[in-house]
Design a binder for this molecule. Structure first.
Ligand code: NDP
Length: 316
């Protein structure tokens, strides 16, 4: 059993920024990194839009630097995850959490920054070949397909970014967009259109991923004409968005229909006193590293104010 002032769950830009502010406010934060230490940015290449990096920075380096910055002010970073939570609904109450190693922690405030995870199509052949050539992270796995032909599904900014990344490594990238247009920003679309080895196919979906133990090809279907076509590829990348990592909080915190945690007004407060949420876990709108970091800062300030207010509540 351990007693804490502030526990931070999740180690993306939101979690580490919350840690920097909480540590500087002397809240002695402990951060549990979760299953993907550093969060989604560790699976990205160049981050060109985070203010303060005029030449851009690669995602993993940025996350290491954020961790070092949080540790400089006394944050304790633990590689592990939280299995279960038991919130107190009482103002000033003690929240209990259980870690993956069975350790029980009592804490007066919690900042949830568990982020979001990649979605998959859900078709059986895709699920069967996950790890056998189907991946949701071009940056993690693209290297394995050097000089080979691959396909990618999705039409958002992630898909556009990953397609151009893969095009530098692979001989050809067939990009499948289910509508007759892409959702990605104009700048990203421009990049895709100007990359000669990306073969962009609109109104096209995956009918089946081919191959027994490893990906050998895909059968694509035009959703207007119904016609199908098979191509040979060795890697299939899925880039169709994300879902919030809120499984362990279901039924314990207010969430929207998609499972994003609901925060009050402009604050990071949830419906439980002393429990705050920051980053992608409560934001399906902006989902940027810089906005996640901004809400991480807000969560630490909200937690600090909350903890300061508790003695008054208790009459001391
Ligand atoms: P998005 O939700 O923006 O896009 C998802 C894409 O996948 C859409 O084209 C969608 O199609 C398609 N899709 C969804 N489900 C399926 C399916 N079952 N089959 C086929 N296609 C499907 O997700 P992103 O991850 O691309 O982006 C998330 C957020 O992060 C956005 O706000 C984006 O701007 C931001 N981002 C910013 C970056 C940057 O600024 N550098 C880089 C990456 C992301 P449809 O349009 O038909 O729904």
């Amino acid at each position: 059993m351990e007693n804490l002032e502030t526990l931070i769950i999740g180690s993306g830009p939101a979690g580490y920024t919350a840690a920097i502010y909480a540590a500087r406010a002397d809240l002695k934060p402990v951060i549990y990194t979760g299953l993907e230490p550093g969060g989604q940015l560790t699976t990205t290449t160049e981050v060109d839009n985070f203010p303060g990096y005029p030449q851009g920075i690669d995602g993993p380096t940025m996350m290491v630097q954020l961790q070092e910055q949080a540790e400089r002010f006394g944050t304790e970073v633990r590689v592990g995850f939280i299995n279960n939570v038991e919130f107190s609904s009482k103002y000033g109450g003690i929240h209990k959490v259980i870690t993956d190693s069975g350790k029980e922690i009592n804490t007066r405030s919690i900042i949830i920054s568990t982020g979001a995870s990649a979605k998959y199509l859900g078709i059986p052949s895709e699920q069967r070949l996950r790890g056998g050539g189907v991946s949701a992270c071009a940056v993690c796995d693209g290297f394995f397909y050097k000089g080979q032909e691959v396909a990618l599904v999705g039409g958002g900014d992630t898909a556009a970014e990953e397609a151009t990344y893969l095009a530098k490594i692979c001989s050809k990238v067939t990009m499948l967009v289910r509508k007759d247009h892409m959702r990605a920003s104009k700048a990203m679309q421009h990049r895709v259109n100007n990359t000669s080895n990306i073969d962009l196919k609109y109104n096209t979906e995956i009918d089946e991923v081919l191959g027994e133990n490893v990906v050998e090809g895909i059968r694509m279907k035009n959703n207007i004409t119904g016609s199908t076509e098979e191509i040979k590829i060795t890697g299939l990348f899925i880039a169709i968005g994300h879902k919030p990592n809120t499984e362990i909080f279901k039924g314990k915190l207010e969430m929207d229909q998609e499972g994003y945690i609901i925060t009050k007004g402009k604050s990071t407060s949830t419906n439980i006193p002393g429990v705050f949420a920051s980053g992608d876990v409560q934001d399906k709108e902006y989902r940027q590293a810089v906005t996640a970091a901004g809400t991480g800062c807000m969560a630490a300030l909200d937690a600090e104010r909350y903890l300061q207010s508790i003695p008054n509540v208790n009459g001391s």
